[in-house]
Design a protein. Structure first.
Length: 258
């Protein structure tokens, strides 16, 4: 996996959050193809597992947002959702009506074509709750085997990351549910490679980030001013919905984003 050599004062690396959902349906293969072609080095995707054990790319437990059908993924077999248009018609009309829900193995095929890219693969809580932490992790790791050196497993679910730590050497990232003393202690015990935090959950700027072996990532940041502020604060990575725009922003280029 590509390591990030962080120098204080440098701009954070940019992660394409769900591809680029401002321009394409989220977690769609066409979105990932576009941002990779534009130069993205880091991408993030979300994984749910269907009732019959097929890992698919979806942030929400339900497919309502992307397909217009309120199917709970973990309770629905893949053949029932395979042919549903998944172009987020409420946002994009018929522009992406030919898209379907992407499977994790299709994402792996795409990632394998970009060997210098790192993917943050998030196991969603609904899947962990439906299948159990160990089973969910094991199944997803099995699908990632071909590109495992390019991947980081991330989750809100602490037990899932503990299981991953115990069974493989894949880097992990904990998405902290809240900024608290208890979670700081849990991070210290887990020693993840990355800590992810919602920008709205960060403490005041006068309070320092937790120190440890991890790299800090924050989500979701969509302006160059906020990216620069995150870098000044010590964030090494920033998830964004507009990565192509930020990759071409002269303010970031002039400030030495690596």
């Amino acid at each position: 996996m590509n390591k990030i050599n962080y120098v204080p004062g440098k701009n954070p690396e940019l992660i394409a959050h769900r591809g680029e959902p401002e321009s394409w349906p989220e977690n769609s293969l066409v979105g990932y193809e576009a941002v990779l072609s534009a130069g993205a080095r880091y991408i993030e995707t979300d994984v749910q597992i269907t009732a019959d054990g097929v890992p698919v790319l979806s942030h929400d437990p339900s497919l309502l947002k992307v397909t217009g059908r309120d199917h709970l993924i973990t309770a629905t077999a893949y053949p029932a959702i395979r042919d549903l248009p998944a172009g987020e018609a409420d946002r994009f009309g018929e522009r992406f009506s030919d898209l379907r829900i992407a499977r994790l193995d299709e994402f792996v095929d795409l990632l394998a074509r970009w060997p210098g890219v790192t993917a943050f693969v998030e196991i969603k809580l609904a899947t962990v709750e439906a299948r159990g932490a160990a089973a969910a992790v094991d199944q997803i790791l099995e699908h990632l085997a071909r590109v495992v050196t390019q991947c980081v497993l991330i989750s809100f679910d602490y037990a899932a990351l503990v299981h991953s730590r115990e069974t493989c050497e894949l880097p992990v990232g904990w998405v902290i549910p809240a900024w608290s003393g208890d979670n700081r202690q849990r991070a210290a015990a887990l020693q993840p490679d990355y800590l992810f935090c919602n920008r709205k959950r960060l403490p005041p700027e006068t309070e320092p980030l937790w120190q440890g072996p991890w790299r800090w990532a924050v989500y979701t940041i969509n302006t160059s001013a906020e990216v620069l502020a995150c870098g000044n604060r010590g964030m090494e990575l920033v998830e964004t919905n507009v990565i192509r725009q930020l990759l071409n922003d002269p303010k970031l280029a002039a400030s030495g984003r690596d």
